[in-house]
Write a protein that binds this ligand. Structure first.
Ligand SMILES: [Zn+2]
Ligand SMILES: [Zn+2]
Length: 306
């Protein structure tokens, strides 16, 4: 999935991380893909349905097939990720909400798989005080249940568990917790991980220097394993390090800053992992200049390592 560009000598290829953007599907799925291309994104992320409503999207098989065809033929956008509904809470101690969450996850995964997405990014949810250990079996069962029901596989559409910023009683606030969730699901191969840089920063994991970025990659390897890491969310932060709040900022305007993001993005172990912007832009999401800015940060990171 990595783009390859000729090196300055022209004799070999060097891998270059895909820089992507979250795009809105209000005008339809294929127009969302086209918007990604228009702003220069190598990859897109799309909500499978309205992120704050339970009602599933009614995409026909034809619409999903048209998206797959558009993606396969698209010259510049090389990968699609989907993001699941925010209302889903697989860790809820409320049986009604837990059941609703499970069927909503299945509907999201059905759409993502139908789009041929490279993964469905999911926030696991919050145990609301019932305890991580207590919530774990139900979370694992819901994940495997949805994957079985949709019959998604690791080649088609894995579920990518996103690290949480650590607010309240969220599940998945560390790579150790994500590893425990995956273990509880029997190490199901259809489960992967999405690393959000803002959530990581807010949860108090440093990556501002090359040594810290190295330590983070070692931590990922030792917990979930690098082969589970399928995408990154590339965001600066409106809140301070360790503030445990999910608040994205445009790259360079936040508390993380371009130098810290460069230290991480330049890491050689991450070059095959697409990095998707979920930044506000001017309120409508990532713009062309945000994608270009992210590429400049990546280049600065690669220069640090060369
Ligand atoms: Zn997310
Ligand atoms: Zn994210």
């Amino acid at each position: 999935m990595s783009a390859h560009v000729l090196d300055p000598i022209g004799t070999a290829t060097v891998p270059s991380m895909l820089i992507g953007a979250h795009v809105r599907a209000g005008k339809g799925l294929v127009p969302a893909l086209q918007h990604g291309a228009d702003i220069g994104a190598d990859a897109v992320q799309i909500f499978t349905q309205s992120p704050r409503m339970w009602k599933p999207s009614q995409y026909s098989d034809d619409v999903l097939a048209a998206y797959r065809a558009a993606q396969a033929e698209h010259p510049s956008v090389q990968a699609t990720f989907c993001h699941a509904t925010y209302l889903i809470n697989l860790a809820s101690p409320d049986p009604e909400l837990a059941a609703k969450s499970r069927s909503c996850l299945t509907a999201n995964l059905h759409t993502a798989d139908g789009m041929g997405a490279d993964g469905l990014v999911l926030h696991i949810g919050s145990h609301r005080g019932s305890g991580f250990e207590t919530a774990l079996p139900a979370v694992a069962e819901a994940l495997v249940g949805a994957l079985d029901e949709v019959d998604a596989d690791v080649e088609s559409c894995p579920i990518l568990l996103e690290n949480a910023a650590g607010a309240g009683d969220t599940v998945g606030r560390s790579f150790e917790e994500l590893a425990q969730v995956i273990d509880a699901a029997g190490g199901d191969e259809r489960l992967g991980v999405c690393l959000d840089t803002q959530h990581l920063w807010a949860s108090g994991v440093p990556f501002a220097t090359m040594d810290e970025a190295d330590a983070l990659v070692a931590l990922i390897e030792a917990t979930v394993g690098m082969d589970r890491l399928r995408c990154m969310h590339l965001n600066d932060s409106k809140v301070e390090f360790g503030a445990n709040k999910d608040r994205h900022e445009n790259l360079g305007d936040g508390t993380i800053g371009p130098d810290a993001l460069a230290a991480l993005l330049g890491h050689p172990a991450l070059q095959d992992i697409p990095a998707i912007l979920e930044v506000p832009g001017e309120g409508d999401g990532p713009r062309e200049q945000d994608v270009a800015g992210a590429r400049a940060v990546l280049e600065a990171g690669l220069a640090l390592r060369s």
